[in-house]
Design a binder for this molecule. Structure first.
Ligand code: FAD
Length: 406
């Protein structure tokens, strides 16, 4: 009898072809599995893939290299060679330089639509992945050794049995909810206003993180396009202000942005389409069950302050793929709870650390209470003066370990 997940056996079904689901599908295929990837939206340019960019760590680059995704991105990822961290209303700040870390770059910024296009190109050329889009998984029911799923495609419904169902269907996973998997939520009362901006001068591959009275404001370098110096803006604001700012005419919005940001990155000359995202920390109460695993935003949705959400999802995805790869050699099914628990045990420390680090940054670096301001000043000073602290901070951002490198 064919092994589950292998040719002829029951497939691994991935619900959701966003960045996390698509990356996992490539990882599982690399470890010898047959994968069915089901995505509700038709094209890479739609919906989930908006004007956003993603800061990728050095470790994420290594994973994408191993999946054959990095090469086709070409000159798309913009290297971050320096990170400047400043606090509004206070002089000075902390700078991190790639040379000090002995790395080519501290990280890279890639536009989501490009990453999605390349991921989908790799999936299309991978014989082990069947990609269904637009198609929905509408129900999931536990059965012996797996899940029975209902799939809706082109107005028709069909049932199939999956050896393992991977829910990568986003932070509002309706399938997880229907299975009784609860979520813990911690709303931050902030929205991220996201847009591409143009700059008068080159960003010189510097990413800026500035802590303002409203919350953190990030400007990430992007490659030039049509002779324009570009950067990606993630501006954290109270919810009502974000909606209001998103609708303001450019001539009113730009001086406000410049005022918040100061002169650090030079003059901002234009701002493109703006999109707002409510920000929260949310985590699924369970990430694995027999025949089921949750990945990406479905497992944990983080504040974007430290650019860690997708980087963590990618490390999880590859750790899961690797654990499943080992299961083949042991003759175990990919849906075996022991296999899935083994995966989670490997990633638990990484997940806890990343969630804690991100949440700590949001709490410390939002607001202007005297205690927080004093702590920030001390924190920035300590980061500047103490090499081990600097190293710790940067390794949280660049996070080099990759299960595929072990
Ligand atoms: C403003 C902002 C900036 C960010 N910046 C960074 C950054 O710099 N670095 C970083 O690492 N992370 C960053 N993140 C986090 C990152 O965007 C997320 O971690 C990542 O997008 C998660 O992707 P996902 O695939 O888990 O979920 P999603 O992108 O939500 O994808 C879920 C997919 O599932 C599909 N789907 C849903 N239900 C079904 C169903 N029933 N059947 C079939 N398909 C279904 C949806 O159509 C969707 O395509 C940022 C987030 C925000 C909000």
């Amino acid at each position: 009898m064919a092994h589950d997940g292998a040719q002829g056996g029951r497939p691994i079904v991935v619900v959701g072809g966003g960045l996390a689901g698509a990356s996992f599908a490539l990882g599982a295929a690399r470890f010898g599995y047959r994968v069915m990837l089901v995505e509700a939206r038709a094209g890479a340019s739609e919906g989930g893939f908006d004007a956003r960019s993603t800061a990728l760590s050095w470790g994420a680059r290594r994973i994408f290299e191993s999946l054959g995704v990095w090469g086709p991105l070409g000159a798309g990822p913009c290297p971050i060679r320096r990170i400047e961290v400043t606090d509004q209303g206070h002089l000075g700040g902390v700078g991190f330089d790639h040379r000090e870390q002995g790395l080519d770059a501290l990280g890279y910024v890639v536009e989501n639509h490009l990453l999605a296009k390349v991921l989908r190109g790799r999936i299309a050329s991978c014989g082990a992945i069947e990609f269904l889009a637009p198609a929905d998984v509408t129900t999931a029911k536990p059965i012996a050794d797996g899940m029975e799923l209902t799939l809706r495609e082109k107005g028709k419904e069909r049932r199939l049995a999956a050896a393992l169902t991977v829910l990568a269907d986003g932070g509002r996973s309706s399938i997880a909810a229907s299975l009784g998997i609860a979520r813990q939520r911690k709303p931050y009362g902030q929205h991220a206003l996201v847009a591409n901006i143009s700059l008068e001068h080159s960003h010189r591959n510097t990413a800026h993180e500035r802590f303002t009275s409203h919350g953190p404001l990030a400007v990430l370098p992007l490659p030039m396009a049509d002779g324009v110096h570009r950067a990606s803006l993630v501006w954290t604001l109270p919810g009502d202000a974000a909606e209001e700012y998103a609708a303001l005419p450019e001539e009113i919005l730009l001086p406000r942005l410049q005022g918040e940001f100061g002169p650090g990155m030079g003059r901002v000359t234009g701002i493109g389409r703006r999109v707002c995202f409510p920000l929260q920390l949310s985590q699924a109460s369970e990430q694995v069950r027999p025949g089921l695993a949750l990945l990406g935003n479905a497992a944990h949705t983080l504040h974007p302050v430290a650019g860690q959400g997708f980087n963590l999802a990618l490390r999880d995805a590859m750790a899961l793929a690797e654990a499943l790869g080992e299961a083949i050699g042991q003759g175990r099914s990919p849906g075996d709870l022991a296999v899935l628990r083994d995966y989670l045990a490997r990633q638990e420390v990484d997940q806890d650390r990343t969630v804690f680090f991100t949440d700590l940054l949001v709490r410390l670096f939002s607001g202007q209470s005297a205690a927080r301001v004093a702590f920030r000043k001390l924190g920035l000073l300590a980061l500047d003066l103490l090499p081990p602290l600097r190293q710790g901070f940067v390794s949280n951002v660049t996070r080099q370990q990759s299960p595929l490198r072990r």
